[in-house]
Design a protein around this ligand. Structure first.
Ligand code: DGL
Length: 270
C-alpha cells in the first residue's frame, strides 16, 4: 500500500524549515506541504492563548489540504496547543517538545538539563514537564532568549554581537553545570556552533528536529501511511505556503533549508 497524501508541517515563519529538512532527509519519498505564518511571526513573544488560536487555524488549513499527519515545527505553538489540537482533530499531530526532551533524558549524565527557548515556551514550562515526566530526578534550567530570533532572522548567525548575547544567556547554564542543552526553538540550530563554542565540547546540544523526524517516520510506518515510490528517483514534492511575502520567505527560507526554495504560494488561513 502507498499513501500519497502530503505531510503538513508548520511554524510561525521559516524556523520550522530546520525540522522539514530533517523530515525530507529521512523520508525522501514523501510529499510535504510547509506553511510559514510569516504575517504573524514571531509567536515567542505572544500570549499563549493567541498562539493556540493561530495553531487551530493552521491545523485546520493543513487538514483542508488533505495531509496525513501534521508536524507543529514550532516550540512555542507546541507548548501552547499540542494537546488541545490532538484532542480536536482526527489526524496524527506531532510536536517538537517531547522528542527533544526524550533525547535530553538519554544524553544527560549529571542529570542537569538546560533549555534555551522563546519567552512563551519558557513561560509554559512545557520542557520541564516533558523531561520530568520521563525522569523526575533531573534538574531542568530554562532560559528565555528573546534576542536570538531577531538576530538570526537578520542573518547574524556568528560574530561578536551574537557571541555577547549568547554569553549572557549561557552564563547561568554554565554556573549550574548542565551537561545537555536543548535548543528549544526552531531557529537555534543555525547558531549551534556559537553555543557549542561557549559551552564547550562536554555539553551535548540537542536539537528536536532529527528526533521529531524519526517520530514522524515511526508513526507513518506503524499506520501504513508511507508513500511507496514508483522508481528510485520518484522523490516527494516540497510545497511551500506562507501568509506574508512569498519572496521574503524564499530568500530567508533558503538559508534555513541550505538549498534554494523556488516557488512559494501565499495563503490566508483566518
Ligand atoms: N518558531 C518559534 C519557536 O520554535 C521561534 C520563532 C517565533 O518566536 O515565532 O519557538
Amino acid at each position: 500500500m502507498s499513501d500519497p497524501r502530503p505531510i503538513g508541517v508548520f511554524d510561525s515563519g521559516v524556523g520550522g524549515l530546520t525540522v522539514l529538512s530533517e523530515i525530507r532527509d529521512r523520508l525522501p519519498f514523501e510529499h510535504t506541504i510547509y506553511f510559514g505564518d510569516t504575517a504573524r511571526v514571531p509567536y515567542g513573544v505572544r500570549d499563549l492563548s493567541e498562539v493556540r488560536w493561530f495553531t487551530f487555524e493552521i491545523v485546520r488549513y493543513l487538514i483542508g489540504q488533505n495531509v496525513k499527519l501534521v508536524v507543529i515545527a514550532c516550540n512555542t505553538a507546541t507548548a501552547a496547543a499540542l494537546k488541545a489540537v490532538q484532542r480536536s482533530f482526527d489526524v496524527p499531530i506531532v510536536g517538537v517538545i517531547e522528542p527533544g526532551a526524550r533525547a535530553a533524558v538519554v544524553d544527560t549524565i549529571g542529570r542537569r538539563v538546560g533549555v534555551l527557548a522563546t519567552e512563551g515556551t519558557v513561560a509554559s514550562g512545557a520542557y520541564g514537564r516533558a523531561v520530568k515526566s520521563l525522569d523526575a530526578g533531573i534538574q531542568v534550567y530554562e532560559q528565555a532568549c528573546p534576542e536570538f530570533v531577531p538576530l538570526i532572522e537578520q542573518g547574524i548567525v556568528d560574530g561578536p554581537e551574537l557571541e555577547a548575547v549568547a554569553l549572557r544567556y549561557l552564563a547561568p547554564m554554565m554556573e549550574r553545570r548542565v551537561d545537555a542543552v536543548i535548543l528549544g526553538c526552531t531557529h537555534y540550530p543555525l547558531i549551534s556552533s556559537v553555543i557549542n563554542r561557549i559551552l564547550g565540547p562536554e555539553v551535548r546540544l540537542i536539537s528536536s528536529a532529527g528526533q521529531t523526524a524519526l517520530e514522524v517516520r515511526s508513526i507513518l510506518s506503524r499506520r501504513s501511511y508511507l508513500r511507496r515510490p514508483q522508481h528510485p528517483d520518484d522523490t516527494g514534492l516540497a510545497t511551500y505556503v506562507c501568509s506574508a511575502s512569498p519572496d521574503e520567505f524564499a530568500a530567508l527560507g533558503s538559508r534555513f533549508m541550505e538549498e534554494e526554495i523556488q516557488a512559494v504560494s501565499p495563503a490566508v488561513v483566518v
